[in-house]
Design a protein around this ligand. Structure first.
Ligand SMILES: NC(=O)c1ccc[n+]([C@@H]2O[C@H](COP(=O)([O-])OP(=O)(O)OC[C@H]3O[C@@H](n4cnc5c(N)ncnc54)[C@H](OP(=O)(O)O)[C@@H]3O)[C@@H](O)[C@H]2O)c1
Length: 299
């Protein structure tokens, strides 16, 4: 389905073109990632969809090509919960010298109790360790590119409720879906802010984006049919995936400083994007977290 007139009007106001730029989006076959791709195509970008399921990605590409027949969309395989897939993907980007201007780490998981192939709790293993490993693998290459690279990590409003404790990092003693998810996104926020400080005055710019609350497969997953039906009935109070996909454009159009957070305008939950305050809990404690992470991942 093509972008709504409201979205097109909002995009026009941003006064930005992505023509000549390559935008890579992970988890691009559905939800907010799919709409991020569509928005980028609308603004003229060439697209790389990095997806774990190539068949689903092909279907998504076919749908996009129906509305944007002249667009250039390629697909790469990436499972962000699997280190061997991440390493293969990163090697492919580097060895083929794939040029990337905007990188959007959108793929993520919620309510998925389990263990990744590499033996980590699945939500933290995917949302934080996966993005960490991919980012560390790509950074030297991205830094060598002769132009700016804008690097986005998708967090969540619930990072505010996240707590970091290294005693039971994976909540293995008392598993709680919400707490694990919030922790995974807070870790990602701290890491992103840390990178922004570390790479100041380079070609690399790091941002946190979050979509407020949006009904997608991810948000609905794990809830009972009753809750899903109730949420559906009140769909209008949530942001649509389309509105939630605009944060990246907002950051680029407004040239926000590296280390910024963009999220919905109203209470950081609803509406078009704006810059959100970077809270103290994001700015502090990254060193301890990163030492722990390096030890866990044995870099
Ligand atoms: N929806 C919300 O209210 C909300 C709120 C806060 C933050 N977020 C964040 O927004 C991002 C997008 O979520 P969404 O709501 O658009 O969910 P979605 O519709 O379920 O889309 C998630 C996408 O990520 C992909 N994905 C999941 N695990 C993956 C993996 N291991 N490797 C590669 N791709 C993977 C999925 O691919 P498959 O189709 O193969 O599963 C799908 O394309 C996530 O990072 C999420 O945490 C969403």
């Amino acid at each position: 389905m093509a972008l709504s007139e409201k979205t097109k009007k909002w995009l026009k106001k941003q006064n930005i073109s992505l023509s000549g730029k390559t935008v890579l989006v992970t988890g691009a076959n559905s939800g907010i990632g799919y709409k991020t791709v569509e928005t980028a195509i609308y603004l003229g970008a060439e697209i790389i969809m990095a997806c774990r399921n190539i068949e689903k990605a092909e279907v998504a590409r076919e749908n996009l090509l129906k509305d944007y027949p002249d667009s250039k969309i390629s697909i790469m395989k990436l499972d962000i919960s699997d280190f061997s897939s991440i390493d293969t993907f990163a090697n492919e980007v580097i060895s083929n010298k794939i040029d990337i201007d905007v990188f959007v780490n959108n793929a993520g998981t919620f309510h998925r109790k389990g263990i990744t192939k590499d033996g980590f709790e699945s939500v933290i293993g995917t949302n934080y360790f996966g993005v960490y490993r991919l980012t560390e693998a790509l950074l030297p290459y991205l830094k060598s590119l002769p132009h700016k690279v804008h690097y986005f990590n998708t967090i969540s409003l619930v990072y505010k409720y996240g707590k970091i404790s290294f005693d039971d990092f994976y909540y293995s003693e008392k598993y709680n879906h919400f707490a694990v998810y919030a922790r995974s996104k807070l870790c990602l926020a701290k890491y992103t802010y840390y990178l922004a400080q570390k790479y100041q005055n380079t070609n690399l710019f790091f941002y946190m984006i979050h979509p407020g609350t949006t009904i997608t497969a991810l948000a609905a997953g794990g809830f009972s049919e009753f809750i899903k039906n109730a949420a559906n009935a009140f769909r209008w109070i949530f942001n649509s995936p389309e509105k939630s996909s605009l944060e990246m454009v907002y950051v680029l159009a407004n040239d926000l400083p590296s280390g910024s957070i963009a999220g919905p305008r109203l209470f950081e939950v609803w509406g078009y994007p704006k810059e959100n305050r970077v809270r103290k809990l994001v700015k502090e404690g990254a060193e301890e977290l990163l030492s722990f992470t390096e030890a866990e991942l044995k870099f």
